[in-house]
Design a binder for this molecule. Structure first.
Ligand code: ADP
Ligand code: MG
Length: 695
């Protein structure tokens, strides 16, 4: 329930005094529509203008505040139509010219101020005779009108709306409207964490009274953002964890023996540990919600297979959802082979992807609905409305970062309350996992299967490409296979596909004419892609020219050299994923980045790739270079859209927020207490779409 004041915050911004329709239009460009939006449009940074610089000691290029008496005013004629107004001020240490362009009418104003003290702020230029400030901000000393000899907020502005104008608009709005802001944080939380009141915090953000208060205000607002998120996540986690809601699977006596049959290899200790964690979850009567993190090649599929086997041995169906058709098909082939090894069970696998013929799809639907299919592997086709499962006990989402939070919810809605595993190769830093996947438990496969040799990575220029192809030839002669990756990021464009086709033709007709070369891209039909992938896996194809469709998951151990053309067009995380396609067999593997790019970023990315194969290190570098949203594909998820909080640096605030959210929800799981109404509304307002699809 929102009070009247709180509702007034949601009225249109144009009704704020001084805004009006004209500015409202400009504010809309900044996504400011309501009074609340305006009050919560926080400064990008601050300039502390409280100490005055001595005019006699000014250096060029500095931004400073000075205080001096108006000594002289002159209008300087120019040859063009421009007028230049120079106001000389003196602070006892020297003379400074405040230079204004095209403001002849201001001359009289300054003439009247002769002998009076003014404060000016701006960038210093060392002029020929005396230092200058071009178009400075200024005010009469002690006028108290808009005292900017203070910590001055600097706002993200927009075209047509000057920063100074925006500052004035917001300042006026803060003065006239901040009274509408109501506290919604429960007292217990606020007192416990010694947080500033919401209204005071908003005012401090815009009109800071001291650095200390400003910091407190920031903390309070960052806390709010993280706390609301954590409340949403903890609540979801608690709902999932309610006993009796999920299903307690039973571990068959000979399950260990089953697992031995299932795997053609001895699982690593990390795999064993994670399987143990999953089995632990699955045997409890609550819903499992677990994130499996493991670098490329760490063997997540085997772990998934173990979980699926447990579900199937309990008579339930297991669903695996992959982000691309190729990957779904590969999982289908790989898992089918694995489950065939457990021969007494007669486990039936089913592939469901969008590009199947209508007839085959219908047949698949039938087998899924009747329970004839035990294991269903597919793309997002498995979450379409017309897919009905007989008894989905386990849902696994592979390469989680490609799925939005909403899809995760969509899938879990299919069953009464299936156990859920999400698997990701994106090495997400711990703090981020907490912030973003706070509703999940986490298992990490922090060990690669034995015998893996780190991939050796080298950078070559385009001029050296022929030499690189010679190297590939050497591998082919030994019976090994190669990937050549094209920089086609958007495959929707026909031109991009043409570029891939051209490279393919060049390699197949000229460079490797004596070998079988094939092309793979996202616009090919599924059965074509399927045939190519199978032939490559079976060694019938020596060189696979591909776009990024092979980025995730494809697994051909005999392919141990990868050339990435125009490597500068890929991000670090993507390069790491691509490179993860090699280095899966016993032979030493190589990755060659072909690039001529000389930008610092491109160089840096190539350096990082050549220096390490460690996914966590690479992810950290990637974060530094690109920022969180891009790296994690989280932009769509909306979880990085904080105005104040920074999940990388506000880790203390984040854990405080999580603790408070857990404590509060233990006390009042459904947020029904009166003092929690405001929080409940804030959570709903922020994460509504999510709540709607959640459990
Ligand atoms: P990812 O974690 O990248 O999905 P995969 O599950 O595709 O990794 O496994 C990568 C490769 O390692 C596959 O060829 C798989 O058969 C193999 N593999 C997985 N676990 C082991 C193991 N314990 N010992 C040997 N090879 C393994
Ligand atoms: Mg995988």
């Amino acid at each position: 329930m929102r009070s009247a004041d709180n509702q007034r915050l949601d009225s249109q911004v144009q009704f704020v005094k001084g805004v009006g329709p004209r500015y409202a239009k400009l504010l809309a460009k900044l996504n400011i529509y309501t009074i609340r939006d305006l009050l919560f449009h926080f400064p990008r940074r601050y300039e502390d203008r409280r100490s005055f610089a001595s005019v006699g000691q000014l250096r060029g290029g500095e931004r400073v505040t000075v205080k001096g008496r108006v000594a002289d005013v002159e209008l300087v004629p120019t040859r063009s139509r421009m007028t230049i107004l120079k106001v000389y001020i003196d602070d006892g240490t020297g003379s400074l010219s405040l230079t204004f362009f095209n403001q002849p009418w201001n001359k009289e104003k300054f003439v009247k101020l002769r002998g009076k003290e003014i404060i000016a702020y701006g960038e210093v230029k060392l002029g020929r005779f005396c230092p200058e400030m071009l178009s400075p901000e200024w005010e009469l000393c002690g006028s108290g009108e808009d005292s900017f000899a203070a910590i001055v907020p600097i706002y993200p502005a927009t075209e047509g709306l000057m920063e100074t104008r925006l500052r004035k608009l917001i300042r006026d709005a803060v003065e006239s409207c901040s009274g509408m802001i109501e506290e919604y944080l429960p007292d217990s939380v606020r007192k416990h964490r010694k947080l500033m009141g919401l209204r005071e915090a908003v005012v401090e953000m815009h009109i800071p009274t001291s650095q200390k208060k400003l910091k407190e205000a920031r903390t309070r607002l960052a806390f709010d953002e993280l706390f609301v998120l954590q409340t949403a996540l903890v609540r979801r986690k608690m709902e999932n964890a309610s006993p009796g809601k999920g299903r307690a699977f039973r571990v068959p006596e000979d399950f260990d023996k089953d697992l031995k049959e299932l795997f053609p290899f001895e699982p690593t200790n990390a795999q064993k540990r994670v399987i143990g964690e999953i089995v632990g979850d699955m045997t409890r009567p609550e819903c499992m919600n677990r994130l499996i993190q493991g670098d490329v090649g760490s063997g997540k599929t085997a772990v998934a297979a173990a979980a699926m086997l447990l579900a199937v041995r309990n008579g339930a169906q297991a669903v695996l959802m992959a982000p691309t058709e190729i990957l779904a098909e590969q999982h289908y082939l790989g898992l089918t082979a694995m489950f065939e090894r457990v021969d007494f069970m007669n486990i039936r696998t089913e592939l469901l992807i969008g590009s199947l013929t209508e007839k085959r799809k219908r047949e698949a639907y039938e087998r899924i609905a009747s329970g004839e299919a035990d294991i269903i592997i597919g793309t997002h086709a498995v979450i379409q409305k017309n897919v009905n499962f007989k008894d989905p006990g386990l849902v696994i989402v592979d390469e989680q970062h490609r799925f939005g939070v909403a899809q995760r919810g969509e899938l879990t809605r299919k069953g009464a309350a299936p156990d859920v595993i999400v698997m990701t190769a994106t090495p997400i830093p711990r703090t981020l996992v907490l912030a973003v996947y706070g509703d999940l438990d986490i298992s990490v496969i922090d060990e690669l299967p034995p015998g893996r040799k780190p991939i050796r990575t080298h950078r070559k220029s385009k001029r050296e490409a022929p030499k690189v192809y010679d190297i590939i030839r050497g591998f082919l002669e030994k019976g090994l296979q190669a990937y050549v990756v094209c920089p086609l990021i958007e495959e929707s464009e026909k031109t991009d596909v043409r570029a891939a086709v051209e490279l393919y033709e060049y390699l197949s007709d000229i460079v490797f004419s004596d070998y079988r070369v094939a092309l793979l891209h996202g616009r090919m039909k599924t059965d074509e892609k399927d045939a190519v992938m199978k032939d490559f896996r079976d060694g019938k194809i020596s060189v696979l020219v591909s776009t990024t469709v092979i980025e995730v998951g494809v697994d051909v151990p005999n392919a141990n050299i990868m050339v990435i053309e125009d490597a500068d067009r890929f991000g670090l995380a993507q390069l790491h994923q691509l490179r993860g396609r090699v280095g899966r067999g016993a032979e030493q593997s190589y990755c060659i980045l072909i690039t001529d790019a000389e930008t610092e970023d491109a160089q840096k990315r190539a350096d990082v790739m050549c220096a390490t194969c460690d996914g966590f290190l690479i992810a950290e570098e990637d974060l530094k270079l690109r920022g969180p949203g891009e790296v994690l594909g989280m932009r769509q998820s909306g979880l990085t859209d904080f105005k104040v909080a920074d999940i990388f640096t506000d880790t203390d605030i984040l854990s405080a927020a999580k603790e408070e959210a857990s404590r509060l929800l233990r006390e009042d799981p459904k947020l029904i207490k009166k003092e929690h109404a405001g929080l409940k509304a804030a959570v709903a307002a922020m994460y509504n779409p999510d709540e709607a699809v959640g459990n």
